[in-house]
Design a binder for this molecule. Structure first.
Ligand SMILES: *Cc1c(COP(=O)(O)O)cnc(C)c1O
Length: 373
């Protein structure tokens, strides 16, 4: 059994993928070929954003979005501690200081009270509160209404890190449209993944979109050899765009399958362990199905027992970012980040992908139940 079975997905669409790849090999426009623009239109249409600007990976997408916002030295940027490293890693490069915010135990997403306290702390430190980067962890959108209210009260921009949540929804709106700018990733294991690295920035703002289109090609102006600002090389390969176009066509059905599988886990396990909860009016895309156990000991024992039964599990994330060496001397919520710390000791992610068979899923459920008292 695979934790995320990309081979099963590939078998499902192999012929169509081969045709898409052959088309690129035939036209030979490997950089910014026609598939890139076609994909950008399809992605924007899928989520309802005005602009989708593809790029080399989800981390570059975050970096270019921060640059478009003009985040600079003297600024504070607020990030959850319970997330993947990229979310915070991109901040120091702008000269701004990342401030770590705690998360809610029930949604794994940014806790708005902690955000409020942390903004006040940054202001006391003499910094300008510039932006917040909510993460839609494990595929569930953060509470954007509550975040936007705080953000507008303090003049903060909202940069949504939707690396795990493209395809999710929040109150009739889709991930991709929930922040002033939204980024996502096409890393192979994400809900919509390519066969390499890839990323995208979404925005409705024409000015930011133009800046990001320039950053991704060396700060180009009207023409390629007209460098009007400092940029970088962060284009999505045409081959990856072709693969994504095919995968996007299957994506709505895959989202339904993920939801069906999540429902089966929840029905079977809700009385045994703490299962993930999706707030009303939200739709998760179930990048991960993450349980909480009662203690680190219990989590590690269950994980070991499942492993003996040939069932792969993962711990996302074993260490909150404010405990990582890279962020030594971090700043953050003055009351501490107890929830991020506890979650890193007690979470366990189960096999989750749209091609998980009923039999395999039942094996996971049975093994999990028998591993607990
Ligand atoms: C995967 C991920 C990223 C980074 O995406 P890459 O394409 O790997 O650079 C950023 N933020 C979160 C929350 C992620 O899960």
């Amino acid at each position: 059994m695979q934790f995320i079975d990309l081979a099963a997905q590939q078998a499902h669409m192999k012929d169509a993928l081969d045709r898409r790849i052959q088309t690129v090999l035939a036209h030979g426009r490997y950089i910014m070929g026609p598939e890139v623009a076609e994909l950008e239109q399809a992605l924007a249409h899928f989520c309802g954003a005005r602009h989708a600007i593809t790029c080399a990976n989800g981390t570059d997408a975050l970096e270019m979005a921060l640059a478009a916002l003009g985040v600079a030295p003297g600024d504070a940027v607020f990030v959850p501690s319970f997330t993947f490293a990229s979310t915070a890693e991109v901040v120091p490069g702008t000269g701004a200081v990342p401030y770590f915010v705690d998360v809610s135990a029930s949604t794994f997403n940014i806790d708005v009270q902690s955000l409020d306290r942390t903004i006040a702390a940054a202001k006391r430190d003499g910094l300008r509160a510039a932006a917040v980067i909510p993460v839609d962890l494990f595929g569930l959108p953060a509470d954007y209404d509550a975040i936007s209210e705080i953000a507008s009260a303090h003049g903060l921009h909202v940069l949504a890190d939707a690396a795990q949540s493209f395809g999710a929804s929040y109150k009739e709106r889709s991930a991709g449209t929930l922040g002033d700018l939204t980024t996502s990733s096409f890393f192979p294991a994400k809900p919509l993944g390519c066969y390499g690295d890839g990323g995208v920035v979404f925005t409705d703002n024409d000015g930011w979109a133009e800046l990001i289109r320039s950053y991704r090609v060396h700060g180009k102006g009207r023409e390629k050899y007209d460098n009007v600002r400092l940029g970088r090389n962060s284009r999505l390969d045409t081959l990856q765009a072709a693969i994504l176009l095919e995968k996007l066509a299957h994506f709505p059905k895959e989202i339904d399958a993920r939801q069906r599988i999540a429902d089966i886990y929840t029905d079977a396990l809700a009385e045994t362990v703490t299962v993930p909860r999706v707030p009303d009016a939200c739709g998760s895309v179930w990048a991960q199905y993450t349980l909480r156990l009662q203690s680190r000991d219990q989590r590690d024992t269950v994980r070991e027992r499942l492993k003996e039964d040939g069932i792969p599990t993962e711990v996302y994330y074993p260490k909150p970012l404010h405990r990582q060496g890279a962020f030594n001397g971090h700043r953050g919520d003055p009351e501490g980040l107890p929830v991020s710390e506890e979650l890193s000791e007690t979470v366990l992610a189960l096999p989750m992908h749209p091609y998980l068979s009923n039999d395999d899923q039942q094996r996971v459920i049975d093994a999990l139940k028998s591993s607990l008292p």
